[in-house]
Design a protein around this ligand. Structure first.
Ligand SMILES: C[S@@+](CC[C@H](N)C(=O)[O-])C[C@H]1O[C@@H](n2cnc3c(N)ncnc32)[C@H](O)[C@@H]1O
Length: 840
């Protein structure tokens, strides 16, 4: 019976679920997962992480492996048996494009069919140790493993990126390797290290952007945020503990869910220099103060939002990630790249128009396809008519092996290869664009003899002449210096594939490319009329937005914060897999009609479903915070605090923003809140009540995220604990004053004002201000309670154990006793989200 079933192949349901799974995994560039498929998948795969669902998933996977297992070609590694890892169309296409020489082809595809080795990068913001100490961790690998098993990447600055010869799967399975990775990690603190990832080459584009700490940077298609993280790291690199860089990053992405992911990832960065927005990048608002566009005026940098640097990491077909996502082999076709070409140009053109003169933009994709790469860059240069230059960066990162961009390529459409736009039948002109060809062109210019194109095709694409004189067109070669573009190929340094071009704006763009605000607004209206979902037209007039409405749906400050994101917002996915704003019931206009309820809806901001950004100006509260924690005057609070709640008497969370972010927010208010801001600043204070109802002098506690920033500036409510007491606090979470090993510490704790306080790890001669490890606590009537989640306590304990020579109770296990949860006094309102805490 069993054999019979297997012989029949996967059941109908299994097949559908498998397809959906593969489909879902590959929609990195926001592609077409239909809502129906997603729902079906959920039903079949179960939800959440519960044991039952996991078991179901395991059985499902086992089934799938049985069903899909095929005889493996000998040359292929064992881990690649799940998916077909070849595609004749792919081979034909890239052989024709000559992306590698014919002699190299075999080694190129062979490497492309192997899993990508694991790699990781160290977060320099939180690692202050000497980079040299990270050298040669490979000596830890035993069992005769290759001594180069784990090594630093020679091209990555400061030894901060590491690469192994093993896939993530192999790492997980091989104990020796796993141990080695852990040793590397422990050297520089777990928190400082990114998860082992499969692709360090994705980290290359920001390295060519030449970002300085005072730069205003736009990351146009930013989610899930790995490059935003890197950009912020560069900005913060040379700033001192407790201070902020002058620059900032605006990280934008169209996809709300992916924006949430980005926000979650970037929490680790503890930055006040970030705004996350949610726009179509090709329509990113200009935030221009004047009615007419005069971008050459002297006040151009203060009256409008222009950027020193733009990262344009566009949505792409992603065939450079085949090693990481082998399921792409099956789905690969020429139409995907062709279909994205126009969007990629639009996004990049918008980036160039938002760039300051003199500024730089990096255009990048994880695709090998020239239609998404060189063709886009050539079209940008064509449209900009000399105002933008392709920068030669061949002398930068010399150890990074790269190849020059292509100067010639073909366009494939429906199996035909075309070398010039003159060959394109009229019926295909809406999909095969002149800009895809090396020399561009225009269909208007090339039409010949009325309705016929040069091949004798009539408008419907049918050949009208029995034996037309076929024109033979020479392969076009681009005149632009496209060799300055960079192609990273997998077999050059055992990586994925990537494309990067660095552009510099050397003068204002030609006038015909600069749209006035009116034109941009009209364009939005048009795009909506054509079914395009540019959300900007959905905005509510500020005048409409100040109504108080009644609804169950509440603001950020009125409900529990989810673990993964700071802002509340229910996205929906449309049939094409594009997320939209949920329009019901979040939408203010619908709200009143939908759910009259007793709960008060806060005053909505300009954007539907998005909490407003409001400067927090309550002087009494600000004063009480400053006085309670003894915050020095060098740490400005006025104008640097924002909330997401216009009901200022009911604010629960306060976010800290840098001066650069403050300037942008002020401009944004002046221009009628054109930016749709999903997240801004660093959560620094949170309202906290005593569980016993005891009154405390300051209603706001310091958050764990905000602690690294404010730590050097607080002079009150701060204590230094011995390593053993610090460790006990993390272990037991709540300790009575009399129970501390160091009785003096217990006394000092008892003398603190009731409410929030900070405990730093006493390290030898270091003063409190110099300490780098600290946690937020709560001083109650008789004890001190840690305000950090269990997981984070555990992580911090592990870090301390790694420094075991400094912790006196060496060898005692973290697990020795379940941390008690007997917090006597503190009422946890927040989810305790924290980074506790190594101040940069
Ligand atoms: C290649 S990924 C970006 C990866 C990201 N830069 C990183 O390093 O983590 C492309 C992103 O573009 C987003 N996207 C797709 N179309 C967009 C558009 N029209 N405007 C803005 N973002 C878009 C997708 O949601 C996706 O997150």
């Amino acid at each position: 019976m069993f054999r019979l079933l297997r012989g029949k192949g996967p059941s109908h349901i299994q097949r559908k679920a498998q397809t959906s799974l593969r489909y879902r995994r590959c929609c990195k560039c926001k592609q077409q997962l239909s809502l129906k498929l997603k729902l079906k998948l959920k039903l079949k795969m179960g939800r959440g992480r519960g044991g039952k669902n996991r078991t179901q998933r395991k059985h499902f996977q086992q089934n799938r492996e049985n069903v899909w297992k095929q005889p493996r070609p000998e040359s292929l590694p064992s881990s690649t048996n799940l998916f077909d890892i070849q595609n004749p169309d792919f081979d034909h296409y890239y052989k024709e494009q000559n992306i590698v020489s014919p002699e190299e082809w075999d080694s190129f595809v062979q490497v492309l069919r192997t899993p990508l080795p694991a790699a990781f990068r160290i977060n320099s913001r939180f690692y202050s140790g000497p980079n040299s100490s990270l050298e040669n961790p490979a000596c830890e690998v035993d069992e005769g493993d290759d001594e180069d098993a784990i090594k630093s990447l020679p091209w990555y600055p400061d030894n901060f990126a590491w690469h192994s010869n093993f896939s993530r799967m192999q790492l997980r399975k091989n104990q020796a390797l796993k141990r080695s990775f852990t040793v590397v990690s422990s050297d520089c603190y777990l928190a400082a290290i990114g998860r082992a990832t499969a692709a360090i080459d994705y980290k290359v584009p920001p390295l060519f952007l030449d970002v300085h700490s005072n730069h205003i940077v736009l990351d146009m298609c930013a989610a899930p945020g790995s490059k935003t993280f890197q950009l912020l790291e560069i900005l913060h690199r040379s700033t001192k503990t407790g201070s902020l860089p002058d620059g900032m990053v605006i990280a934008n992405d169209l996809d709300v869910q992916r924006c949430n992911l980005l926000i979650h990832q970037i929490k680790r960065m503890c930055t006040a220099n970030l705004i996350v927005t949610n726009h179509e990048a090709q329509h990113f608002p200009r935030c221009y103060l004047k009615t007419d566009c005069d971008i050459t005026g002297p006040d151009q940098h203060t009256s409008q939002l222009l950027f020193d640097r733009v990262l344009c990491d566009v949505p792409c077909s992603g065939d450079g990630t085949l090693r990481k996502a082998p399921d792409l082999w099956r789905r690969w076709n020429t139409g995907t790249g062709n279909g994205l070409h126009n969007l990629q140009i639009s996004v990049a053109m918008r980036g160039l128009s938002l760039l300051k003169v003199g500024g730089k933009m990096v255009y990048s994709t994880c695709s090998m396809n020239p239609i998404e790469n060189e063709a886009v860059v050539a079209e940008l240069l064509r449209r900009c008519e000399g105002s933008v230059e392709l920068v030669d960066v061949s002398s930068e990162l010399p150890q990074l092996i790269r190849r020059p961009g292509l100067k010639r390529w073909k366009v494939f459409d429906k199996g035909n290869s075309l070398v010039s736009c003159k060959e394109v039948p009229k019926v295909r002109r809406s999909v095969v664009l002149p800009s895809m060809f090396p020399n561009g062109g225009s269909y208007r210019d090339i039409d010949c003899n009325g309705n016929c194109d040069v091949n004798g095709h009539s408008e419907d694409g049918v050949q009208t002449v029995e034996n037309p004189v076929m024109h033979v067109f020479a392969e076009e070669v681009s005149d632009f210096p496209l060799e300055r573009c960079m192609r990273l190929l997998p077999h050059d340094q055992n990586s994925g594939a990537f494309f990067i071009a660095v552009l510099q704006k050397i003068s204002p763009l030609p006038a015909n490319l600069v749209k006035t605000r009116k034109e941009v607004d009209n364009q939005h209206v048009e795009s909506v009329n054509h079914g395009n979902e540019d959300v900007q037209v959905l905005q509510i007039n500020p005048s409409e937005s100040t109504h108080e409405e009644v609804c169950e749906q509440d603001s950020e400050d009125n409900k529990n914060e989810p673990k993964t994101a700071d802002f509340k917002f229910s996205p929906v996915i449309d049939e094409e897999g594009y997320s939209k704003e949920a329009q019901e019931p979040h939408n203010v206009e619908n709200i009143a009609n939908v759910t009259p309820s007793k709960r008060k809806l806060q005053i909505q901001g300009k954007w539907r479903g998005i909490d407003p950004v409001v400067f927090f100006k309550d002087e009494a509260v600000i004063k009480s915070i400053r006085a309670f924690y003894g915050i020095d005057e060098q740490f400005p609070l006025d104008g640097h605090l924002v909330t997401r709640n216009s009901d200022t008497s009911n604010v629960k969370r306060i976010y800290y923003i840098s001066k650069s972010v403050k300037n942008v927010l002020e401009l944004n208010f002046s221009v009628g809140q054109q930016l749709k801001i999903t997240c801004v600043g660093l959560k620094i204070f949170e309202r906290q009540k005593s569980r016993e109802g005891r009154s405390v002098e300051c209603a706001f506690r310091i958050t764990s995220e905000g602690l690294p920033l404010i730590l050097p500036h607080i002079t009150k409510q701060i204590l230094s604990a011995s390593p053993i007491d610090f460790k006990h606090l993390l272990q037991y979470k709540n300790i009575k004053f009399a129970d501390f090993v160091d009785a003096k510490f217990g006394e000092k704790a008892a003398n603190l004002m009731p409410g929030c306080c900070v405990v730093v790890l006493g390290e030898g001669n270091k003063t409190v201000a110099e300490s780098s490890i600290a946690i937020v606590c709560w001083k109650g009537g008789a004890s001190l309670t840690v305000m950090v989640t269990s997981i984070e306590c555990q992580e911090l304990l592990e870090r301390l154990l790694m420094r075991s020579d400094k912790v006196t109770e060496k060898g005692s296990s973290v697990q020795e006793e379940e941390p008690s949860n007997n917090a006597e006094d503190v009422e946890q309102e927040s989810n305790g989200n924290s980074q506790d805490v190594e101040a940069a």
